[in-house]
Design a protein around this ligand. Structure first.
Ligand code: AMO
Length: 442
């Protein structure tokens, strides 16, 4: 058995293990030296366990331990002993004590300090920040969310794919493209797998999804935009309308919220989050209804304008108050707003409307998508309207000429989802090492 498998986590030990020998490993959170006896709070990924060292039993060791700095890494092999004083009802009396790595002092970021550090200091020292259980819990919830999504989509017959992140053309507008050097050519970091997931709809893989990084050179510094985010992308063929696509998004959110509420109960407790999965179907309001609602709530906004952060936030408050819903679709976005989305299908009766939708969670867009234009001639026309160089999109267009079924899909921002699920004020809190206009390290 590898040595790491000999380590017992603190939550695996209980007072009834009294008398047995365990090996624990972790960081020295605190040392209290009372002269003849020292109490070490050893922290591992599961919690804290008390190690009690008696001077008279081993004076050398006692000295070494008491000179240790906080956050040094140790392993302790010892006997579990019931203790009324120890928080957990037991302590460990060491037989073997190893200092694996001594920490320097002072720490650039406190681990147990009550005073909250600012986000920049935390992110600059992420490895220390993550030693706090409530910070690690965010990423355990994130992992549980992804596991729930993968399970749900796989059960629904979707196949997970991986598409290139180094691409020759962007699909989401030139202003947010990151140019890169690619041998002797110029290329970009992928903003979205849009062209590839549509390409696959002509391949017979008629239900696919991808969970991968997407890159946007976002100029503005906001609490909901980052330059590298994790995009869940879904594409499904043989659909009749955007409603078929919305049903997939709804199913993912509903099942993953249920999954997290159940499987990440411990982490939600640590974070003080009471999570529930609202009943489906989620309410649907059209873009025009959303604008009317905002206007009747004293917001200055005209039909045809983007809802913007403020509009989405206010709409979130209204939808919660009036419809009791934290999750709702905004449908039928006007073509004027989605014109850049050259692949969006327009309404057959009213070309000024698309069937495009957003799914908002607690006043923030987390999903955006709809039915695509799958007819070659119409698509080319829409691309021309956008002044796109058709040659750069040759591989994409070709697939529409030789048998492309009607299809649709969406992009779903994972960090925005986790941010809203856990009521985090900044999206960066849901990213281990965020990238933005100023942040490239760590
Ligand atoms: P869109 O650009 O709306 O659509 O992006 C889809 C979803 O991705 C998330 N998102 C972001 N999250 C964090 N930081 C960013 N800078 C950022 N940009 C986008 C949001 C958003 O709802 N190709 C289409 C999707 C499709 O039609 O299939 C697209 O990329 O949660």
């Amino acid at each position: 058995m590898p040595s790491w498998q000999h380590i017992t986590y603190s939550d695996e030990i209980a007072a009834e293990h009294a008398g047995s020998i365990v090996t624990v490993g972790g960081w020295v959170q605190e040392i209290r030296n009372l002269g003849g006896i020292s109490f070490i709070q050893l922290r591992d990924r599961a919690g804290v366990v008390q190690v009690t060292v008696l001077k008279k039993k081993n004076p050398e060791l006692f000295k070494e331990i008491n000179s240790l700095q906080r956050e040094s890494v140790i392993t302790v092999k010892g006997v579990v002993k019931e203790s009324k004083e120890a928080k957990k009802g037991y302590e460990i009396i060491p037989e073997e004590f190893r200092v694996l790595n001594a920490a320097a002092s002072p720490l650039p970021l406190g681990v147990v300090d009550k005073v909250g550090a600012d986000l920049d200091t935390r992110l600059n020292n992420r490895f220390l920040d993550l030693r706090k259980a409530e910070i690690r819990a965010i990423f355990q919830v994130r992992a549980t969310t992804l596991a729930g999504i993968r399970r749900h989509l796989t059960d629904e017959g979707f196949v997970e794919v991986t598409t290139p992140k180094i691409v020759a053309a962007g699909a989401e507008g030139g202003s947010t493209l990151f140019p890169i050097k690619y041998f002797d050519k110029s290329a970009y970091l992928a903003q979205s797998p849009q062209l590839y997931k549509q390409n696959l709809m002509a391949s017979g893989m008629d239900r696919i999804f991808e969970i991968a990084p997407a890159y946007r050179a976002e100029a503005s510094d906001t609490v909901r935009h980052i330059a590298e985010f994790t995009s869940l992308d879904v594409e499904v063929a043989f659909i009749e309308s955007s409603e078929d696509v919305m049903a997939v998004a709804e199913g993912i959110v509903h099942s993953s919220l249920n999954h997290v509420a159940e499987a990440a109960r411990r982490e939600l407790d640590i974070l003080g989050v009471d999570l529930s999965s609202p009943e489906t179907p989620y309410p649907r309001i059209t873009y025009d209804e959303a604008i009317d609602l905002l206007r009747s709530n004293d917001m200055e906004i005209d039909h045809g304008e983007d809802l913007g952060t403020e509009g989405e936030k206010l709409l979130g408050d209204i939808m919660l108050k009036k419809r009791g819903s934290e999750l709702y679709f905004i449908t039928k976005f006007p073509t004027s707003l989605k014109r850049g989305t050259f692949y969006a299908k327009r309404d057959d009766e009213d070309p000024e409307l698309t069937g495009y939708f957003d799914l908002d969670y607690r006043g923030q867009e987390i999903v955006s998508g709809g039915q695509r234009e799958h007819r070659y001639d119409v698509l080319v026309e829409q691309m021309r309207e956008n002044d796109l160089n058709l040659e750069s999109f040759a591989f994409y267009l070709k697939a529409f000429k030789y048998g492309m079924p009607p299809h649709g899909g969406f992009g779903f921002g994972i960090e925005r989802y986790v941010q809203k699920m856990l009521n985090l004020s900044n999206i960066r809190e849901a990213v281990l090492y965020p990238r933005d206009r100023v942040r490239l390290i760590p």
